[in-house]
Design a protein around this ligand. Structure first.
Ligand code: SF4
Length: 222
């Protein structure tokens, strides 16, 4: 079970409704380059990259995908080879048997139900085998159809430390954030928390003294 950071939020810093805008503005200024780290050129490559990124780092996925995408260009290509061949091609991303099954099931559904295209609607994306809500949210958002807020391990930890949610369950955290974050910011908000989480608000040793929102954070150690 991932650790909960809810209890770290103790210091009184005012209501979250008043803090959310300055938090977003300052993080946007600090992490102007915050964007998805996966490399892809097409909507299919985006979907595959995000599916491969489960339980591994984006860097790891980016190492595998250049040759993978040269070999597999259309949904049909993922079904044209034996499963073992695809397993071998994605092996370095881990959980390669599970991921191969999910990829092949997804490709089959794309062909049969979506004309080989990647759907835009969240409720359609989550029907694809192996595509959970987080993956669907990332894909929809990158395609310009943001319908929710991506909650990954960084978004979860920072939202709790910042006192924006007391929940542990990603679906409930997303619901809390949707009530708080302005609709126009749903797409960039997770990127800001992810990059702040990678660079400053580290899981084990948050660098509170160099954090640009430490006066807005109830968990600050300064
Ligand atoms: S690094 Fe910033 S956001 Fe994270 S706990 Fe410290 S003050 Fe809060």
């Amino acid at each position: 079970m991932p650790r909960s950071y809810v209890r770290e939020a103790r210091k009184h810093v005012g209501p979250k409704k008043q803090r959310i805008r300055p938090i977003i503005e300052r993080l946007a200024a600090e992490h102007a380059d915050a964007a998805i780290a996966l490399r892809f050129r097409t909507e299919l490559e985006l979907l595959v990259s995000v599916m491969l990124s489960a339980q591994t780092t984006d860097v790891n996925v980016n190492r595998v995908t250049p040759s993978l995408f040269r070999k597999y260009r259309r949904p049909e290509d993922y079904l044209a080879v034996p499963a073992e061949e695809l397993e071998n091609d994605i092996r370095p991303t881990g959980f390669f048997r599970q991921k191969t099954k999910a990829l092949r099931g997804t490709m089959r559904m794309l062909i049969e139900e979506f004309d080989g295209r990647v759907p835009r609607k969240l409720e359609e994306l989550v029907r694809l085998p192996g595509v959970a809500r987080k993956t669907a949210n990332v894909v929809a958002s990158e395609l310009g159809y943001t319908q929710g807020i991506v909650v990954d391990t960084h978004v979860r930890r920072l939202s709790q430390r910042l006192g924006l949610t007391k929940r542990d369950d990603p679906v409930k955290i997303e619901r809390d954030l949707q009530k708080l974050v302005p609709r126009d910011d749903w797409g960039r908000f997770p990127h800001l928390l992810i990059w702040h989480g990678r660079r400053v608000c580290l899981a084990r040793r948050p660098r509170c003294e160099e954090c640009v929102i430490n006066d807005l954070c109830p968990s600050t150690r300064t």
